[in-house]
Design a protein around this ligand. Structure first.
Ligand code: ATP
Ligand code: MG
Length: 401
């Protein structure tokens, strides 16, 4: 069987070989191909040095040249080509900057984390499998290349990666690999939180997350990770894939109200905002008993977040978070209310703060915000039409300054 992505990349491998070097597909794409799964991106490994790759291809970007990776632009696609390299020496659990390039494929695959990720394949789909990765794919087994304890000592991120693959692929962890994880779990504290989160996002969206999450708890992994280490994570139960940000919001909602802790995750402001939105929504849900209240909830948080929360009701239940009654909080009603919403945000109101100041002949102040909130509530409630003269009339009657 062939695959379109590999077919497209074949000429690259051929070109490198024409110059007398070796080149192979490697890593996740080969693993996924052997599992008959969709392939998203292709990694190529080669005996050519980055300088040699740059001289072979006219369009290149040195994205990680010091580590051996060059991006080659070819037929409107871009391919990561990395020079064979050996496991670098680790000092104080950190990778030093220098890397050692080698000319031997075996040395390159030997430094890779798991046997299922250490399979190389040439352009004729011939497999070069020094560590029996194919047999481990067939046995659905996650096993380190070489001695587990040593490999996790070199780089503890591999522990999290192993659990991430267990979640995504629904494979079992080899016994020795799990024991290696147990003995090196404390080393997680040396990792940067950014690297952990990249893997966590994949772990939490994997179909087998229930088992992987359980293993994170069994290994006491959270105790060594910033943010999570402040909480009793055994109180959080996960048995279905969910967005990472919702997972964080769940922790916040159940175990803390301290937003400052979020900064330890070093995530973007947008992500923080999303977590806050989930958390505020979870708090607001506790008071929804009528359709009027539902309308305001959907106005405030939008259709997307409400449907997302609703779709994770099993997880919420499992964590003892109660949703409003299904008579009020169900997909049909949520969609209907969203569809009939007279305004979607404050800028849709047919009046501005300035209009209020002018017509009420008042000085600017906090009353404006309060008045606008009351106006939007009245519009959403259906008590007030979103039409400037009507709103002004209503304001004169209802707004006390
Ligand atoms: P995905 O399909 O999610 O991209 P992947 O296996 O390609 O999975 P990547 O993180 O893209 O994972 O890494 C590419 C390859 O690089 C891996 O398959 C593995 O061979 C190697 N690798 C990545 N991280 C490590 C690590 N920390 N230690 C050893 N090898 C690693
Ligand atoms: Mg990859």
């Amino acid at each position: 069987m062939t695959n379109i992505l590999f077919e497209d990349a074949k000429p690259i491998i051929k070109k490198i070989k024409e110059q007398g070097f070796e080149a192979y597909f490697v890593g996740g794409s080969v693993r996924d191909y052997l599992m008959n799964k969709d392939i998203h991106d292709i990694d190529i490994t080669t005996s050519a040095t980055p300088d040699e790759i740059e001289s072979i291809f006219p369009k290149t970007v040195p994205i990680g040249k010091e580590h051996g990776t060059i991006n080659v632009l070819f037929n409107n696609s871009s391919y990561e080509i990395t020079t064979f390299r050996t496991e670098e020496e680790y000092v104080n659990h950190r990778k030093p900057n220098g890397v050692v390039f080698v000319r031997d494929l075996y040395e390159d695959v030997k430094r890779r984390d798991f046997t299922i990720n250490a399979i190389a394949m040439d352009e004729e789909y011939t497999i070069i499998d020094y560590f029996n990765g194919k047999a481990d794919i067939e046995a659905e087994n996650i096993k380190t290349v070489g001695h587990a304890e040593e490999r996790f000592e070199e780089d503890a991120l591999r522990i999290i990666r192993g659990l991430r693959f267990q979640s995504q692929l629904a494979f079992t962890l080899d016994n020795k690999t799990f024991e290696g994880m147990q003995s090196k779990i404390q080393n997680i504290e040396y990792l940067s939180i950014e690297r952990i989160i990249v893997e966590f996002k994949k772990l939490f969206s994997g179909k087998n997350v229930a088992v992987s999450y359980n293993n994170l708890i069994r290994l006491n992994a959270f105790a060594y990770i910033p943010f999570f280490s402040s909480y009793n994570m055994t109180k959080i139960n996960i048995n279905e894939p969910l967005p990472f940000n919702l997972f964080i919001a769940l922790i916040q909602h159940k175990l803390t109200n301290d937003n400052a802790q979020l900064s330890h995750l070093k995530i973007s402001n947008n992500e923080k905002k999303e977590i806050q939105t989930y958390n505020n929504l979870l708090n607001s849900l506790q008071n929804i008993n009528t359709k009027q209240q539902l309308k305001l909830l959907i106005y405030d948080y939008g259709l997307h977040y409400n449907l997302t929360i609703l779709s994770y009701s099993e997880t919420l239940k499992l964590n003892e978070i109660t949703l409003p009654s299904p008579i009020i909080y169900n997909e049909q009603l949520i969609r209907e209310v969203a569809h009939e919403m007279p305004i979607n945000n404050r800028s849709d109101i047919d009046i501005s703060g300035k209009d209020l100041i002018d017509s009420l002949k008042q000085r600017s102040g906090p009353w404006i915000k309060e008045a606008l909130r009351n106006i939007e509530i009245a519009i959403i409630d259906g008590q007030l039409t979103n039409f400037k003269p009507k709103i002004l009339e209503w304001v004169k009657e209802h707004v006390k300054i």
